[in-house]
Design a protein around this ligand. Sequence first.
Ligand SMILES: *Cc1c(COP(=O)(O)O)cnc(C)c1O
Length: 949
Amino acid sequence: MKTDLLSDRHIGIEEKDMEKMLSTIGVKSLNELINQTIPSNIRLKKPLNLPAPMTERAFAEHVNALGAKNKLFTSYIGMGWYDTITPAVIQRNVLENPVWYTSYTPYQSEVSQGRLEALMNFQTVVTDLTAMPLANCSLLDEATAAAEAAFMMFGLRTRDQQKSGANILFVDEKIFPQTLAVINTRALHQGIMVQTGNYKEVEFTPDMFGCIVQYPNADGNVEDYRGFTEKAHAAGCKVAVAADILSLALLVPPGEWGADIVFGSTQRLGIPMYYGGPSAAYFATRDEYKRSMPGRIIGWSKDKYGKLCYRMALQTREQHIKREKATSNICTSQALLATMSGFYAVYHGAEGLKNIANRIHLTATYVNKVLKKLGYKQHNTQFFDTLRFSLFDQISASQIRTIAESKKVNFRYFENGDVGISIDETTDIRDINVLVSIFSIAAEKELPEISSIPETGSLKEIFKRKSSFLTHPVFNQYHTETEMMRYIKRLDRKDISLAHSMISLGSCTMKLNAASELFPLSNQSFAGLHPFAPEDQVEGFAWLIYNLGEYLKTITGFAGVSFQPNSGAAGEYTGLRVIRTYLEVKGKGHRNKILIPASAHGTNPASAVQAGFTPVICDCDEFGNVDMEDLRAKAEANRDELAALMITYPSTHGIFETEIKEICDIIHSCGGQVYMDGANMNAQVGFTNPGTIGADVCHLNLHKTFAIPHGGGGPGAGPICVAKHLVPFLPEHPFKGGTKNTVSSAPYGSAGILPITYGYIRMMGAEGLTKATAVAILNANYMAARLKDTYGIVYSGANGFVGHEMILECRDIFQQTGISENDIAKRLMDFGYHAPTLSFPVHGTLMVEPTESESLAELDNFIDVMHTIYQEIQEVKEGTAYKDDNVLVNSPHPEYEVVGDNWQHAYSREKAAYPIPSVRDNKFWLNVARIDNTLGDRKLLTTRYDSFE
Ligand SMILES: *Cc1c(COP(=O)(O)O)cnc(C)c1O
């Protein structure tokens, strides 16, 4: 009998399945399995102290009541966040559609063609609006994109500049304060000196290598940077521009006046403000800098029969491959939000975007005129949407504020008493009349209400955009809801997501993202909040975030938490910065070595370098564990310089190393801190935690263990938890009164998705969370037990069990038959499965993580499929199938090939497409054959306009 608790629905295994699974594994009880798996010296003594679980219904009421404590005011604050209208067709069919929100990063391009197209649409929007040739498919937020731009320009210095040590980055003072704060944080340990000032007065010197300016600037003024850019280039400096993407529908884009990099937020393209995030940052640059570009790039390629298709290009730039040589540590970015913004542009087209931008501009022009008439002084000579007013002597900002708040309106209040107003897409006639009335009441002058806004804007000719954009048919075809709905559906049919089958990606924890956890994302009383809204308007959200922080502290055994980092890799960086600051305060700032096991995720060494440390790689032994002798030797050898160890637990090999406490002790005795990569928390929650183990700081991938969906490659949330001695060094935020260690645009990073994790914890409760961990370990061990005699399991723990994931051996198969792990991955697609993790952390293997959410039936089906594939491999081995014409090397088999008239393979169509009966019930029809990985890199084509011809 099911109770009405979420844990009964979240956990896929029923009591009646348990016995069979345990006996397959060879243990008597789940307890015994856990005792045999998790070392006793790190086990928690007591259950987690968390509130009793709520039913899904009770949670819905609770979260609505919290929402009701927020006050939804009309926001004219601006500063990087603007109210928007998410087209309902996009909200319902993308944001609220599990095909889009549960899919994985499109590494397996044959089952990701839908989201790859959507992301290329996004790239095309960015290149068109900025007039730059090359864009990536999102970064985390505007401020981190600025930091990436700074680091990229630093890396692109000429040989002479490098030789002479050119290290000054000029940042115009009229940049958003949060952007400047993040640039400062990231520049500090890269050897970059940030110099701020007025761009009109800067004197270029040989030690300057780059500049960052904002367009329109932080006050809202549209500056003419043409002369400045020419001077910068003449002096050998690159110019990066933070640009408001929507303004570029009206303004001459930076690509037309010489910018080298253009970046910013695409929140204005249909994404709610979400109290700060998530939304997608964009990043565009010149073609010649493509290899230095941070983030992922979608490119064209062809499948093996020559059909055009999409894939992720230039993956060898990424930190997975380049590790400590990577130019960025970014992994999870903002795919779902980029997808939505891309669709927003598809839905509106160029005319639609121009209309929206123009209406905003005309509104601002009108407000400017009227307020000036009332006697207020406006500072911006040229503006798009944002005005900055000085008040007269008798009127104070607090007076305006009192009137405004009585009418549920927020403005930006400058320190000097000026008032800022940013108009947005939602501002209508009613809003305008209210807005104007606030100022007329303060000025004690009557003004007639208006019923329409005037038709003429105030932009000078030299600022007006003349070039066209979004001319590709995709931006001109889907402007009705029916067409749009079908376009979205057409794309989502090309993608495998959790809505289709288990996605057993090791390390990525593709578990259930329960619908009841996701409801708050569509609730305006959370989604509609501006991150800089006054505290008394966000009581409900603040309460939720505070309490979530308390729960995460309980779960990790730590004393402090920061929600700023918006991905796991950003969490790594932040944790290392916190360690750095702590060491500096202790007078040990010279310690700059970070020990990292060879098996670590690529983001670990990349983050260490970004934080200004030098990685020292230590070995793993034949059992997959940290080689204790090597660790000891390297810790000792670097004793005076050791800053920290970065370690994943259970290890990326899926093993609970029994020596983990000793490992922490060795590092501490050498004066280092222990950073725990929390990507594998799904194997710890309720049984052990980083605090108990002896670590000092960890990040949590809320998009892995804590039920936030992957969104096809983001959003994510990577909060860090720290021990008591590190609490004083957690990130501050300019809006919350400090600028130390600021790592993202918004004070709580991707706040908008925190209610998902909050809901997960509140509905599961301590018992449910702990059981989820146990069942994750049960499922992995059940699969390991059933696959060990065919593929073989590469590593197991001290007592022969795996943790929550396992590595399947495929290297022997390759040696004996020439069938690679990649062939197995592609063949799985014919059965309707997404491949497990490929060649990480061990080359030539597959890493499987079933998670607790899968049912026994699904596990068994996946195992059947793996066994069938194993049989197919045996046929090649035994010579009953050809080495060069078999179901594996030819996989996946697309629909057009299977139904085509010229089937030429030595095996049947049925064997190709319907290899076992269960496939017939749930066939995933591919629309491309295996994709050529090198073609798309040799010739990089990244927008919808491109073609190979
Ligand atoms: C996923 C993962 C990361 C990176 O996290 P992102 O959120 O993608 O930045 C780091 N380490 C490990 C072990 C991971 O699995």
